[in-house]
Every structure is written in C-alpha cells, then in structure tokens.
Design a protein around this ligand. Structure first.
Ligand SMILES: C[S@@+](CC[C@H](N)C(=O)[O-])C[C@H]1O[C@@H](n2cnc3c(N)ncnc32)[C@H](O)[C@@H]1O
Ligand code: SF4
Length: 316
C-alpha cells in the first residue's frame, strides 16, 4: 500500500485533459456559456497528434479524464485519443462525461472497444421545461432513449452525473424516477459551481445554500428504497466548513491546446504562465517557478479564485 498523501505535496492521482471546447448545448452554469456571452471563448479542439505529445509527458496515474469544458463526442479524434491513452498503459481507468446527445450508441461502444473504462452521462433533468433552463438545447426524450439504449447495450459501466442547483432541486425526485424506469445507473448528485463568482462578478444565486443542501439530502434519503435500479450518491457533504480541496496537488488540468492549469475549475493557462505539456513533462512543469509559487500559496490559504467552486470551503 502506498504512503498516505500529505497536504501540500504534489502527487498526481488524476489528470484531466480537455479534448474539445466545442459544444452543442448552452448549459446555464457552464463556463463556456458564460464566457461565450462576453465573446471570451474559443472553440479549440485537441487533435490526436497533440494528444500523443501530451500523453508522452503524463505520469502514470489512477484516472485519466478526457473532458474539460466542451462535449468530447464532438471531437472526431476521440476514439484515437482513447486508444492512444489505453495503449500507453499509464492509467488504471480512462473516462469522461458526455451530454449523450451528439453521438449514437455505436460511437460510444467504439470508445469502449478502444479502451474507455467507464462513461458518465450528464442529466440535470428529464423534464423538458427544467432542462430548457439548466441545459439549454437538450431534447429530453432523445436523451431518455439514448440512456435506455446505453444502459441496455454498453459494454462498460455507465453512470449519470446530475448537477444540482436552485433551478432543478425540486425536480430531482422526478429525474430519479425517470432514470429508474430507463435502466440501472449509479447517479452522482453534485453541486453547481458558481461561474459568475469564478469570473469575479456577483454571485448568480443559482448555487444551493445550506437549506437547499439539507433539502437535497432529505430528498435523497427519502428516495432510498423507492428506486431499486439506482444507486444514488451525494458527492458533496451537506456541510464542509474548513476543509480544503486537494485538487491542485492531485488533479491537474490540461486545456485543449495542451497548456497546464491548476484544476478542473481553474482551467486558465495563465495561472501557470502557459506551460505546454506537449513540450514539458507534467511532473517537471509543476516544479517550474510559477506553478511552484502558486501551489505554495495555495497550500497556505484558499485563493479568491476558488470562490464559487463547488469544492471551496463553505462558510454557510
Ligand atoms: C463541463 S461538462 C463537459 C462534458 C460534457 N459536455 C457534459 O456536459 O457532460 C462536465 C460536467 O461538468 C458539469 N458542469 C458544468 N458546469 C458546471 C458548474 N458550473 N458546476 C458544476 N458542474 C458543472 C456538467 O454538467 C457535466 O456533468
Ligand atoms: S454540455 Fe457540458 S460543455 Fe456543453 S454547455 Fe453543457 S456543461 Fe458545458
């Protein structure tokens, strides 16, 4: 058994590589939607040849996640990327989140054959009026059929990720009921990060407050036993005062152009001075002066940049 991880030490457990920044949806809480509104977004896409260079500079680790902000199934190289990652033998598991709407089940099965270990489909609601608010562009009946087909046929484990905000909180039981009728799923319920706060603006008001989180917890408790086909997991505890997020030490992020960033929430290359992982091994890059200084500061105190992140310390 490996030694326990010590706070402040870089020891990569999970690497997240953003395979594309393109998307077919306009989810209300997504960084892409918010930045697109202010003309501050580029739809970069990582080609397989850039991924191969990045891959050569990654350390072996537990999990490789092949999405950032964007829909990975829109990248025509995604099967090659999965195949390259699998052939490298560096990862215990390879996965990504998908909105389930742009590719058919044959395309997902091709990824399973190429070496994807498991897949998560994002489903914030299966009620059209709610989906229109939280995941604009979603056709819920199309998504329901896709979930049913994937659950019945996909040869790798399939999970569901549900991001919960004030907009879909009361609809969560309905979403669970519909999922239960569509197949067998592990459903991960997770908090919304407030992108407005992350962007340095006033809070959006969409994030669950303490009362909302308590209601979510009780809705989930009530649902136990009601939905025999589901395993429902709340990924964030109801209260988490004072606990620091280890992601910058454990879970670095590489954007669609191959540049390193601190984590899946702080995804901008400028934090670390635009270091290309196509050119520099990831572990060496994290020891370079800018990342080293940023990480030392992060170890001491939570930076303002983390405000709005679902994993930041909660004060209420
Ligand atoms: C950014 S998406 C990228 C992959 C794919 N397009 C999808 O939607 O599954 C990855 C996951 O992050 C979630 N997500 C997006 N914006 C979020 C936010 N502000 N806070 C928490 N999760 C968010 C999505 O719902 C999805 O489950
Ligand atoms: S589907 Fe994913 S990437 Fe696209 S807008 Fe929604 S959360 Fe963002």
């Amino acid at each position: 058994m490996s030694a326990p991880w010590v706070w402040g030490e870089v020891s990569v457990d999970t690497v997240q590589v953003e395979t594309t920044r393109e998307c077919n949806l306009k989810c209300k809480g997504c960084l892409r939607t918010v930045r697109n509104r202010s003309g501050n977004w580029t739809n970069s896409r990582m080609r397989a040849d850039l991924f191969a260079l990045v891959l050569s500079n990654l350390p072996p680790c537990r999990i490789l996640i092949l999405n950032g902000t964007g829909e990975p199934m829109l990248n025509p190289d995604i099967a090659s990327i999965v195949g390259l990652a699998r052939a490298s033998g560096k990862f215990e598991a390879i996965t990504f989140n998908s909105n389930g709407l742009t590719a058919d089940i044959a395309a997902y099965e091709a990824l399973a054959q190429a070496g994807l270990s498991f897949l998560s489909i994002s489903v914030d609601s299966l009620t059209q009026a709610v989906a229109d608010v939280v995941r604009r562009g979603t056709k819920v009946e199309k998504l329901a059929v896709r979930l049913k087909e994937l659950s019945a046929t996909l040869s790798i484990p399939l999970t569901v990720t549900t991001v919960v905000s004030q907009d879909n909180l009361l609809d969560v039981p309905e979403t669970l009921a519909r999922l239960n009728d569509l197949g067998r799923f592990t459903v991960y319920l997770t908090d919304l990060s407030d992108v407005e706060l992350l962007e340095g603006r006033a809070a959006s008001g969409q994030v669950l407050d303490r009362q909302g989180r308590m209601l979510l917890t009780s809705l989930v408790e009530k649902s136990r036993g009601q939905f025999p086909h589901l395993d429902v997991i709340l990924t964030q505890p109801t209260q988490r005062e004072g606990e620091r997020c280890p992601a910058p030490f454990r879970h670095p992020f590489i954007d669609a152009e191959g540049f390193l960033a601190p984590c899946c929430t702080l995804t901008d290359a400028h934090y670390y001075g635009r270091i290309s992982i196509a050119q520099t091994p990831l572990v060496e890059a994290l020891k370079m002066p800018m990342p080293d200084r940023w990480l030392a500061d992060y170890a001491k105190a939570e930076p303002a940049a983390c405000q709005g992140c679902q994993h930041a310390i909660r004060s209420a």
